[in-house]
Design a protein. Sequence first.
Length: 132
Amino acid sequence: MSKLYVPNEILRVFKEYYPDVNLSDVEWGWEVPAKIYEASFDNGEVDFEVEITVTGHVLLSEVSMDLEDVPELVLKAANAMFEDHSIEEADMIQYSNGDISYELALKSADNGEAFEAHFRDDGLFLAKGYDL
């Protein structure tokens, strides 16, 4: 696997947002090849993903979270929509415009199907997909 070259401008933008993160602890990849860089790292307790465009704009940050910290309205909506599924993981996503959504990793008790579902903090369902 070849190492992704990350331009200094992208590294500078990343360090503006995460000054305490050692760049050697960050895994870089493409969210969208040649358009959006994805930086993945953790602080020992929480996993982070940050998406930065090739022009240096931070699109979003995704932070893992404990299921008990997911807003109750989100959990109620997910359990109502996907009754036969268990919630395996949760992430909070903060977009550059300040909006927040929650990404839940769900798994079917019937057939083991796994997918992700996105909800707003008020419980409104946004999207279902695989590796959104």
